[in-house]
Design a protein around this ligand. Structure first.
Ligand code: KG4
Ligand code: ZN
Length: 335
């Protein structure tokens, strides 16, 4: 089965074609970073309008790359949530319209399930069961994964997501948008142990996270410093080290609690090199990641999740669509 995947939940338009037998046929990604940069964050209405401009041309592009006609698509998978409602509605409307016009099934995919399954696109995929650490701009989740659609939430952030904390700390330090990868690059020039930041919520039991205090800690440290370039780098490193260490402590705890020995990391922050180095050092654990280009939002993970759920694919009897700005992984069931 050849599945067309459409991702439009935030500020990236991602399109891909996945073949259940041959694997990924083609994918394309358009990032709206330049569009939102002058505002210092994603402007939802501008995001929706740009998805409208880019989705159809990118679909044509991947079809050309895969050397396929539209009639050779067997199903459409699109991100239906969680995300920005206007942006989601663009992908849902286009995805379901294409499916309706071609008389093929369509499937609403959960964005976080897309991230969760993305490391399974690689040549040596992890086997179930495993602990999934999902770290993005909107979510920080630890999930017990028994199989596709068999997810139990072990812990989540009670305030800012870890990517959001990276972005807000970067903004406070005057770095440009999007702050996470820029802060990570700056941290490479930081002096280790110049500052010691807290590891929030690691002294009490449980697997929930809290990252908003780290951001405030960074702000106070910056205000009390000489505010030179080196201070910025030192604070960036101290923030990153604390965030990474906190994630690693909770991952170890999740492995112990579930009895699993595999951690599968995904989402934008899974591109962070310090995080990878730290998680790789956890004794007796195998750690899997997506390839760097599939850490952030992309169409490949949505097409793949669609292919994993092909038994749930249904043809529409009426041409309707909807989006779910909030949609917990706990609500999903196996295909
Ligand atoms: O998964 P994603 O592309 O979009 C959401 O679904 O949120 O994640 C984006 C987040 C942003 O907060 C971005 O700053 C962060 O991932 N990010 C990073 C790195 N690359 C992306 N954070 C830390 N280090 C990185 N190298
Ligand atoms: Zn995402």
């Amino acid at each position: 089965m050849r599945v067309l995947g459409i991702e439009s939940s935030c500020d990236e338009t991602g399109i891909a074609l996945y073949d259940s037998e041959k694997g990924l046929l083609a994918h394309a990604l358009y990032s709206q970073i330049a569009l939102h940069a002058e505002y210092g964050g994603v402007v939802p209405e501008l995001a929706s309008r740009d998805h409208i401009r880019k989705t159809l041309p990118l679909i044509e592009q991947v079809l050309t790359e895969a050397n396929l006609n539209r009639s050779e698509i067997d199903a459409v998978a699109y991100t239906a949530g969680p995300g920005l409602v206007g942006a989601l509605l663009v992908g849902a409307a286009i995805g379901r319209s294409i499916a309706w016009a071609l008389d093929i099934p369509a499937l609403a995919i959960n964005h976080m399930e897309g991230h969760l399954l993305s490391p399974l696109l690689e040549a040596h995929p992890p086997a179930f069961p495993f602990v999934s650490l999902l770290v993005s701009g909107g979510h920080t989740l630890l999930v017990d994964v028994q199989g596709v659609g068999q997810y139990s939430l072990l812990g989540e952030s009670i305030d800012d997501a870890v990517g959001e904390a990276f972005d807000k700390t970067a903004k406070m330090l005057g770095l440009s948008y999007p702050g996470g990868p820029i802060l990570a690059a700056l941290a490479e020039r930081g002096i280790p142990d110049k500052y010691e930041f807290p590891r929030p919520m690691t002294n009490r039991p449980g697997l929930d996270f809290s990252f908003s205090g780290l951001k405030t800690f960074a702000m106070n440290t910056w205000r009390n410093s000489a505010q030179m370039e080196q201070d910025k780098a030192d604070i960036a490193l101290a923030f990153q080290t604390a965030a990474v260490e906190t994630l690693a402590i909770k991952c170890k705890r999740a492995l112990k609690q579930t009895g699993h020995s595999t951690i599968v990391v995904a989402g934008g922050v899974s591109a962070n090199k310090a995080l990878r180095t730290r998680l790789d050092a956890i004794p007796n654990a195998r750690v899997y990641y997506p390839r760097p280009e599939f850490c952030g939002d992309n169409g490949a993970m949505i097409a793949f999740a669609g292919a994993m759920r092909q038994s749930a694919m249904v043809k529409q009897t009426v041409p309707t669509f909807s989006a779910k700005p909030r949609w917990s992984l706990n609500e999903l069931s196996p295909p």
